[in-house]
Write a protein that binds this ligand. Structure first.
Ligand code: TXA
Ligand code: MG
Length: 334
């Protein structure tokens, strides 16, 4: 791969997929075949993608993110047919896939013994997290012909990237290639669910609202915020998405010099003395708020405020995923 040089440092080549889709497909396929990890756009967040069947390539994901240990990674597929080559589908999971793929839903399913997905991608589990992303990523996987393991394209523990500029600022010196498709439409990671017999478990709230899943599955999603759930989704570290600044939730007032991230044009006392004031969605739309969340966190952080105050976010619809990310951003860090 050729990459540009900035300030004497190797920097990633950035290709705008709207400007040159064919160049993007070819460069990405070549880099993936050579075992590189590259940044790709998805509708949820930007992914740091590598060939899920190549152990050296998967190791590059962990090295690039500086992730301290091996967690199971979501394996991205071109379509349901490709997913069925790698995992066993029960009827409820198949109905969810038919309803929501391509889209922000990850299904945890039994891994087929003959699947070439490497155990470094599944962390040695006999299950695999699978999703079919919308747009260019799906086309790329189809052209490449193999599943792509892809966590969010950010340094471990930091705020997820929802634009190519976010990826470049964080990982540009460590990557050969970043594909740019503009801001991610959904803005938070996929919702992860697992069917267990008659039960349907929510392993991570995300960009598909729980009630949409319940409507198609015809049964409630069980929220298991227990120690065993933490073990089952080991990527769900308590402190995550952490900005440099401290994070204060459910704020009704803002202290002088704090940054304020509001919601729904709610009045917040002291806002005139805040260092920066942003509103995730002045009209109170939770999908718009999710799409803006990580970018606004980065902007508030860049303002130099020592603390970011967030207005309360309703716990309905995508608010469940937003509040999950905010609680992790606010959690004690060690
Ligand atoms: O939206 C998304 O899902 C983004 C974009 C890039 O597609 N990807 C993403 O991937 O967030 P990743 O690899 O960071 O997601 C890992 C999450 C962790 O919480 C992990 O524990 C869970 O998926 N996971 C993966 N495989 C699993 C398995 N077999 N059993 C339980 N949880 C699993
Ligand atoms: Mg992440």
């Amino acid at each position: 791969m050729t990459a540009g040089t900035r300030h004497g440092q190797q920097m990633a080549r950035i290709i705008d997929i709207e400007a040159d889709r064919q160049a993007a497909l070819e460069a990405a396929s070549a880099a993936l075949a050579d075992g590189f990890a590259i940044a790709i756009p998805t509708e949820t967040v930007y992914g740091l993608a590598a060939d899920a069947t190549n152990p050296a390539a998967i190791t590059r994901i962990y090295e690039t993110k500086g992730r301290p240990r091996f967690n199971p990674l979501i394996c991205h597929m071109a379509d349901l047919a490709m997913a069925e080559e790698h995992a066993e589908f029960d009827p409820v999971s198949r109905a969810l896939a038919a309803a929501f793929w391509p889209g922000p839903l990850t299904l945890v399913l039994p891994l087929k013994p003959e699947s070439p997905i490497h155990s470094l991608a599944t962390a040695g589990l006999d299950s695999v997290g699978i999703r079919v992303p919308k747009g260019f990523a799906g086309a790329l996987i189809g052209a490449f012909g193999r599943p792509l393991a892809a966590p969010s394209a950010n340094t471990s523990g930091a705020i997820s990237a929802t634009s190519a500029a976010h990826v470049e600022a964080d990982l540009g010196a460590k990557l050969p290639l970043i594909l740019d498709a503009g801001p991610s439409a959904v803005g938070v990671e996929s919702t992860i669910v697992k069917v267990e017999g008659d039960r349907l478990r929510l392993l991570r709230p995300g960009g598909l609202a729980a009630r949409e899943i319940e409507r198609v599955a015809g049964r409630p999603l069980l929220r298991a915020k227990t120690a065993s759930a933490a073990i089952e989704a080991p990527g769900m570290l308590v402190s995550h998405y952490a900005p440099g600044a401290a994070v204060r939730l459910n704020a009704r007032a803002v202290e002088p010099g704090e940054a304020l991230i509001g919601f729904g044009s709610a009045a917040v006392s002291g806002a005139e003395a805040a260092r920066i004031v942003l509103d995730l969605s002045p009209r109170g739309d939770l999908a718009e708020a999710a799409a803006n969340l990580f970018d606004y966190m980065k902007r508030a952080d860049a303002s130099g405020a020592s603390s970011i105050a967030f207005s309360p976010i309703p716990e309905e619809g995508l608010g469940e995923a937003i509040n999950d990310r905010l609680q992790r951003a606010a959690a004690p860090r060690d």
